[in-house]
Design a binder for this molecule. Structure first.
Ligand SMILES: Nc1ncnc2c1ncn2[C@@H]1O[C@H](COP(=O)(O)OP(=O)(O)OP(=O)(O)O)[C@@H](O)[C@H]1O
Ligand SMILES: [Mg+2]
Length: 453
């Protein structure tokens, strides 16, 4: 269920645990060794101190004093002559300590030396100190330091470090549980949200959980669900529009064909009905063709092949094409274009764009006005604008006119025969050229559509 967070927090847990164990062992090792080094130095210092005193005041009394000074539980001393025979000792049972002196060391000891340092294996650490007095006497002072205090210290240290280790592992475990919960909860929510999305339920709401990566991921999923919801609504509206758009002419077709089939219909009337049927069918065919075009554009299955060409002859050809329909409405068409301007675009697609804009200018212009096409070079792009002095578009509608099947006023378009697809196609084509389109319009004063291509 919560595998990722468990994995992440487990890594964290293991990493911290390894760090902690290393740190504790490092500290433990150093403290113990510092303490042992201290014991060695102290033993050596005491031994050499006794030796100095013995050299200075060599006598039985001095030796007895030395032995007396060390007569406590932790330290013992043995004073021998040159041959290793014991002269004085603080221990009653000499064998109990003697056996720990390494064999043969007493004979070749030249300076103060640690004779036994294995504090873990032996009950004593031992140091040897040779002495030689002017009177000819010589021998060794052997010092014994019980390792019990060291062991006690190490035992205590082990206990403290163990306690610290266990406490921190418990603390770590609490952090681990909290962290995995903290990470898990949003992840589980996101997982549930994506499952809902994949089942087609786009009504998802994820709470804001911050600006970190998890927060961003959650935000992206929320945005995705909103987009999908919007697309779903748009698609439904679009389908409803298409159904309506195709339904209306079909009603005409059915109605008129039934009337035309009636026996005894006047031949002239029948011809009239058939003409209406033909005209409506033509409109439907055009609509279906446009819809197919749009579908292709949406899928990006069409390509634009750009090339350089002269603007003027290209536009003059278009104007020749649309000239008659403009003349019919008594509209004047004006072209403003420098002779040397070149356009970089797909000529067929650009023609489609301009024809659509001109078609709108024609449909939504008032009679006997002017429609102007102006071409300008704007940096790397070319600006092509189509300006009319027609009915204009209400400001609040401008943002919608590029949507499929959107018309400003359904009634006003029906008289002029538009289906609201032209500008959607224009927008797709312009964007396929990496261009952009702008609209300026005032209700009643006309509109200017400018494309940058
Ligand atoms: N030059 C214009 N002047 C006024 N309104 C316009 C103009 N161009 C577009 N519109 C408004 O924008 C709407 C959408 O335009 P679009 O070209 O997409 O569709 P249409 O012209 O109605 O139909 P189609 O182009 O598919 O035959 C139009 O219905 C119209 O209301
Ligand atoms: Mg149009």
């Amino acid at each position: 269920m919560n595998r990722i967070s468990t994995k992440l927090t487990s890594y964290f847990f293991i990493a911290v645990l390894i760090m902690e164990i290393s740190l504790i062992s490092y500290l433990h090792h150093n403290i113990v060794h510092a303490r042992i080094d201290e014991e060695f130095s102290r033993l050596l210092a005491t031994g050499s101190n006794h030796r100095d005193v013995l050299i200075e005041y060599y006598s039985d009394t001095t030796m007895k004093h030395i032995v007396l000074m060390e007569k406590d539980e932790e330290r013992e001393v043995i004073i021998t002559d040159k041959q290793g025979n014991i002269i004085q000792s603080s221990v009653e049972n000499i064998e109990s300590v003697e056996k720990y002196i390494p064999k043969g060391t007493a004979n070749n000891l030249e300076s103060d030396t640690i004779l036994a340092s294995d504090w873990e294996g032996l009950p004593y650490i031992i140091s040897g100190h040779p002495y030689k007095v002017d009177s000819g006497h010589s021998g060794y002072i052997i010092m014994f330091q019980s390792t019990r205090p060291i062991e006690q210290l190490v035992g205590k240290l082990n206990m403290y470090f163990g306690l610290a280790g266990v406490t921190s592992i418990v603390a770590l475990f609490i952090i681990y549980v909290a962290l995995s919960k903290f990470l898990t909860r949003p992840l589980i929510r996101m997982k549930e949200a994506t499952e809902k999305l994949s089942e087609g339920d786009f009504n998802v709401s994820l709470p804001f959980i911050g600006n970190d990566e998890l927060g961003e991921l959650s935000g992206s999923i929320q945005k995705l669900s909103n987009d999908l919801e919007r697309l779903k609504t748009e698609r439904n509206e679009f389908l409803a529009s298409i159904a309506h758009e195709l339904g209306t002419p079909l009603t005409y077709l059915i109605g008129y064909s039934k009337v035309a089939m009636r026996p005894g219909v006047d031949e002239k009337d029948r011809k009239h009905y058939l003409a209406i049927i033909a005209e409506e069918s033509e409109r439907m065919k055009e609509l279906v063709k446009n819809l197919l075009d749009l579908a292709k554009m949406d899928e990006n299955t069409f390509t634009v092949s750009k090339e350089y060409f002269m603007a003027r002859p290209f536009l003059e050809e278009i104007l020749r094409l649309v000239g008659p329909s403009f003349k019919l409405k008594k509209l004047r068409l004006e072209l403003i274009c420098d002779d040397e301007i070149k356009i970089y675009a797909d000529p067929l697609r650009l023609e489609q764009i301009i024809l659509n804009l001109l078609d709108n200018a024609l449909k939504y212009s008032v009679e006997e006005s002017v429609v102007t096409i102006k071409i300008l070079n704007k940096g790397e792009k070319t600006a092509i604008s189509v300006q009319d002095f027609g009915i204009g578009i209400p400001t609040r509608e401008i943002e919608f006119i590029f949507e499929k099947l959107y018309r400003v006023e359904k009634s006003r378009s029906r008289t002029s025969g538009g289906s609201g697809i032209g500008l959607a196609i224009v927008k797709e084509l312009v964007e396929a050229h990496d261009g952009s389109i702008e609209v300026e319009s005032n209700l009643g004063n006309g509109s200017t559509f400018t494309i940058f291509i």
